[in-house]
Design a binder for this molecule. Structure first.
Ligand code: NAP
Ligand code: ZN
Length: 353
């Protein structure tokens, strides 16, 4: 009867039984390898603020028990019979998605995140067979090869892991909205996403300004490549920077005074939101009309672009600044992220699980 399941892989995971509960060490089964599947031995898993929104049930519709984690770096342990892209021993990564229809116009153009059938999230999702997906706070994961990327030799595995979400989520909109020479770009919020965004925008050739609440992160912002730094707690900041930017990338996990940030855009400028607070934003339409300005959003990035981002990071010496933690420190790490007490990404050493 259990024939189908004879080659499933048992793996230890960190899971939350219900919204806001503490993490527990439990065991789950990863599916038997299909022809195009890869079994990955996970080495490091980053903690994204999205993990917290999800594990706290803030975005609604959470599937519990939940095993978060979509910043996965590991080594190929086994491959299915028809895998061509990877061999055992390769250093690989998995980000926010593990499958998509592969046939719609967005999948065909390499933007699987916008798949019309619905992209399958790495965790807190249901796969096309209706089974819940479990993420990277885990020793092993099975993923189809099309959703696995290669970690370039120049990148350490621990520092590479946050690039799988924080990296691509900022690289993709910066490219899409043409951050580059002659462009004035502001990065709002210097957390996990923000500190990587500074490095990418700088490497793309843009003039980069960081807008953080206090002056505490100024020195590091300049080291990451920022040209200017302003504290948003200082009201004179908004006067001084009025009408300055071509592009503002908002990485903040909470609601902001959108009108105040729109006033910092030039005519035709764009405010792109990647930060994803649970509550709706509010703004006055005159903030847009008076400067032909736009508000936009962007979801992570496609698989091809994720590979491009990793190669770009390796080539330009871009990497997150991380604090590696043990598996028994994740609850505490969540509390610290909520207090913005992290420089700038926690990464779980999965060997401690
Ligand atoms: P994070 O490390 O907690 O960074 C968020 C930063 O926002 C903080 O470091 C802080 O920067 C600022 N901030 C926090 N609370 C604030 C408040 N009340 N008012 C003003 N500023 C505040 O989080 P993250 O991992 O970078 O994620 C950021 C957001 O992006 C989350 O909402 C996450 O869910 C979302 N996200 C979206 C996507 C996507 O595809 N669109 C992908 C990944 C993550 P300062 O200290 O510099 O002010
Ligand atoms: Zn994320």
């Amino acid at each position: 009867m259990c024939n189908n399941h004879k080659n499933m892989t048992s793996t230890h995971v960190l899971s939350v039984p219900s919204a806001k509960a503490s993490f527990e060490k439990t065991t789950i089964e990863r599916r038997e390898l299909r022809p195009h599947d890869i079994l990955i031995d996970i080495k490091f898993s980053g903690i994204c603020h999205s993990d917290i929104h999800s594990a706290f049930g803030e975005w609604g519709g959470g599937i519990f028990p939940m095993v978060p984690g979509h910043e996965i770096a590991g080594v190929v342990e086994a491959v299915g019979t028809e895998v061509t892209k990877y061999v055992v021993g390769d250093r690989v990564g998995v980000g926010c998605f593990v499958d998509s229809c592969g046939e719609c116009e967005y999948c065909l153009s390499g933007e699987e995140q916008y798949c019309t059938r619905g992209v399958i999230n790495t965790y807190n999702g249901l796969d096309y067979d209706g089974n819940p997906t479990y993420g990277g706070y885990s020793q092993k994961i099975v993923v189809t090869e099309g959703f696995v990327v290669r970690i370039p030799d120049g990148l350490d595995m621990d520092r590479a892991s946050p690039l799988l979400c924080a990296g691509i989520t900022t690289f993709s909109p910066l490219k899409h909205w043409n951050a580059g020479p002659g462009k004035k770009v502001a990065i709002v919020g210097m957390g996990g996403l923000g500190h990587v965004a500074i490095q990418f925008a700088h490497a793309m050739g843009a003039e980069v300004t960081v807008l953080s609440r206090s002056n505490n992160k100024k020195e590091e912002a300049l080291e990451f490549g920022a040209d200017h730094y302003y504290a948003t707690s200082d009201p004179s900041t908004f006067k001084e920077l009025a009408g300055r930017f071509d592009l503002i990338l908002n990485t903040v996990s909470a609601n902001l005074d959108v009108d105040a940030y729109l006033s910092l855009l030039r005519i035709d400028g764009t405010l792109v939101n990647v930060g994803a607070p649970a509550e709706p934003d509010k703004y006055h339409v005159f903030s847009l009309i008076m400067g032909r300005r736009s508000i936009a959003g962007s979801l992570v990035g496609g698989i091809r672009e994720t590979q491009e981002m990793l190669d770009f990071a390796a080539e330009h010496g871009i990497a997150p600044m991380i604090e590696v933690i043990r598996a028994d420190q994740v609850d505490e790490a969540y509390e610290r992220v909520l207090r913005s007490d992290v420089r700038y990404r926690f990464v779980i050493d999965i060997s401690t699980l």
